[in-house]
Design a protein around this ligand. Structure first.
Ligand code: C2E
Ligand code: CA
Ligand code: CA
Ligand code: CA
Length: 280
């Protein structure tokens, strides 16, 4: 196609077509998956760094495909986002996670898990009435809003539309808001002051190299400084080693998440994990 010169369409169209056909197929499959119960939630511990105690969990969606096996969210969330299917998928995730959180309140008691964190995509957040839907969901499963955190990305909040207004409404309800993948977006830090955010999730890319020699931990240090200065909570993401956890503690981080503390797991395993670590 390159031989045909500057015609951009000619160069890229076949590739795009293939891509969108693939996406359409994934989206159609996903619709079936949603309707026939192929989606699952796994939960990953969010721990307090001082004692590695699990204080909360992040819900992460999984697709148990009859032929393809376990499909990773990276492979279908983007397609769901583009086709709009993320709205019903996201609503399913929200309901399921809140229902599970309510069960854990009963099973593990008030000292169990502080909150369950749910990823909300830009498209979902901009959907009119999103906050009202969250409220209805919490009410229907009997979960107090303070036990729910919604994770949004900087792009979802600052790229215009009604995202910011929906966040303000969620705050008024008492739901907590986390900024996901913090540090990787392109928002102005000044906006953080006016944005209704309670928690920053510091992206794994700033945790990866902090134990190397040199100034590798300088960004992780700057980000906890911003978080403290704004009186926000911070969770360091993607912690894979005790050495990383040690550096983070030294930098003043209080919360972390990552394979070192626990992989995403089914709800039943998570309860056992919490109980084994902290016998009543
Ligand atoms: P995320 O929200 O940044 O979630 C963290 C991802 O990092 C998860 O991947 C998690 O399994 C992985 N992870 C956690 N600790 C470690 C670690 O120590 N090392 C490494 N290498 N990875 C770690 P996962 O579950 O594959 O999800 C990928 C992305 O898909 C998520 O990134 C999120 O953007 C999206 N996603 C997952 N579930 C949902 C959902 O229910 N709704 C929406 N809208 N997006 C979701
Ligand atoms: Ca997340
Ligand atoms: Ca993240
Ligand atoms: Ca991510």
């Amino acid at each position: 196609a390159k031989a045909q010169g500057k015609g951009r369409r000619v160069t890229y169209a076949p590739c795009l077509d293939q891509h969108s056909a693939e996406q359409a197929r994934t989206a159609a499959d996903l619709r079936v998956a949603l309707d026939t119960g192929q989606l699952r939630l796994h939960y990953q511990p969010i721990v307090r760094l001082s004692d590695a105690r699990t204080v909360a969990v992040e819900a992460l969606v999984r697709w148990q495909h009859p032929e393809r096996g376990m499909v990773r969210p990276d492979l279908f969330i983007p397609a769901a986002e583009r086709t709009g299917l993320i709205v019903p998928v996201g609503q399913w995730v929200l309901t399921e996670a809140c229902r599970q959180a309510a069960r854990w309140r009963d099973e593990l008691g008030p000292d169990g898990l502080e909150y369950v964190s749910v990823n909300v995509s830009p498209r979902q957040l901009r959907e009119a009435g999103f906050a009202a839907q969250v409220q209805a969901t919490l009410h229907s499963v009997g979960l107090h809003p303070r036990h729910l955190t919604v994770e949004v990305t900087e792009t979802a909040v600052f790229d215009g539309g009604s995202g910011l207004e929906e966040l303000h409404q969620l705050k008024r309800l008492g739901v907590n808001v986390a900024l996901d993948d913090f540090g990787t977006g392109h928002s102005s830090l000044g906006l953080l002051r006016t944005c209704p955010v309670d928690l920053l999730k510091v992206d794994k890319s700033f945790v990866d190299n902090i134990t190397d020699r040199g100034d590798r931990s300088v960004i992780a240090e700057a980000l906890i400084g911003i978080s403290d200065g704004l009186r926000l909570r911070a969770v360091a993401e993607g912690v894979e080693t005790e050495a990383q956890a040690g550096v983070l503690r030294r930098l003043g981080y209080r919360y972390a998440q990552g394979y070192h503390f626990g992989r995403p797991m089914p709800a039943a395993d998570l309860a056992a994990h919490v109980r084994a670590a902290h016998p009543a």
